[in-house]
Ligand binder design. Sequence first.
Ligand code: FAD
Length: 445
Amino acid sequence: MCKYDVAIIGAGPAGYTSAVRFAQLGLKVAIIEKDKLGGTCLNSGCIPTKFLWQAAKTKQKILKSLEYGIKSTIEPINFQDIINRKNKIVENLSKGVQRLLESYNIEIVKGKASFKSSNQLVIKTDNEEFEITADKIIVATGSISKSIPNVQFDHIKYIDSTDALNLTVIPKNMLVIGGGAIGIELSSIFATFGCDITLREIFPQLLPNEDLELAQEIAKGLSRQGIKVEVGCSDALQDENKFEKILIVAGRQASIDELNVSNINLQTDKRNYLVSDDYSTNIKNIFAIGDITGKCFLAYTAGQDGINIVEKLINHKIEKSNDPIPKVVFSFPPVASVKDCEFDNYQNIVYGKFLFSANARAQIEFERTGWVKVAVDKDSEKILGVWIIGANADELINIASVMIKANMTVCDLSKNIFFHPSLAEMILGSCEQALNKCPDLPKSI
Ligand code: FAD
């Protein structure tokens, strides 16, 4: 039986990041994966959605080429070609993860892991079953799609996000249930390729935890694309027979059933997640990182968990992270936001806003829709939050994140020279407007 210092179950961003860190420190590491290396993010999450969004954006850019005096036409699109290209990118990136793991001599164990004891795992493949042991076991098994009550995925009409990302023909129409990031992104993509989309959300706004103004603006953007948006919708399936496909993206659930946690009495919360503040579980040599902890459901926080767990186990300390977490939704236009972790504790907040239509670069790019909104603490002038709807929000938000993490004030920011003409100038403009330092700009819209 093979014995390791550390065995990691799941080769998504949480699992493979921690595997590399452990190996860099000279430990003998095994990573067990039942499916493809790279996990949800690479195979059926971040990468495929952003590839398809980019394909949709390319189509939209071509349709707008006449703005520059360039006439163009688009031949009928074979969606299978787009999916094939998406698969190629995914495959290349997955091979990259494999090379990375191999370069650190990490043992890649293909198969489904389950617990036999607190330091023994049974690995099952189609043809064999074997055991490995490890001093420490890290559970990084992620999350999977969750359906709504009384509906099961049949993966034909009632589909999940993975099915949607592998459709080879654009459906005539589709009901999308769930107005979170995934529902909005897939609605935007499929609508661009001609699918008649109805998007239903049970809460009174899209992105229920996001700034209301931003959520309302997203809804307008989706409507401009011809998407029927229905919020506060208690019966999402009221007319289900009307639709060719029903895409359910109403939440995620812990990917834990196959682990046999009851064998070793590994305790979960009511939702079946392995929740803890410091990655520990009730069993002293077993830890949990990434989506399986039921907290963030983001690839970059999962990757950060992968680094933190190594710090915890090797250096016996855990950096309590209060870093601002940027959030992005790839709609048309994209939206993004980031807030100081202590945002809710500030009492004296002022807001500033800068319209894309007032920015030269946005004019040049014919991207006049949207705004940048900032929140500033009036007493200290510290920048507390940034919300962006408009072209390149997905990239601009990283600047905002750095500003907030660095505790920048408006004065600090204004000492920086921004390239002109750039979209980033709007971040400075909105900050200055919050403090009324820029009287020429519109104060509200
Ligand atoms: P996962 O990536 O889910 O990896 C877990 C791995 O464990 C899987 O490969 C699984 O096969 C394996 N596994 C499970 N059980 C076992 C077992 N018993 N034995 C062996 N292997 C096992 N996040 C972003 O940051 N940005 C985005 O743009 C973004 N877009 C997304 C779009 C969609 C459609 C979806 C669904 C998610 C998206 N996410 C995005 C979320 C992101 O994909 C996840 O937060 C991230 O992948 C979680 O990483 P993880 O390592 O915890 O788990």
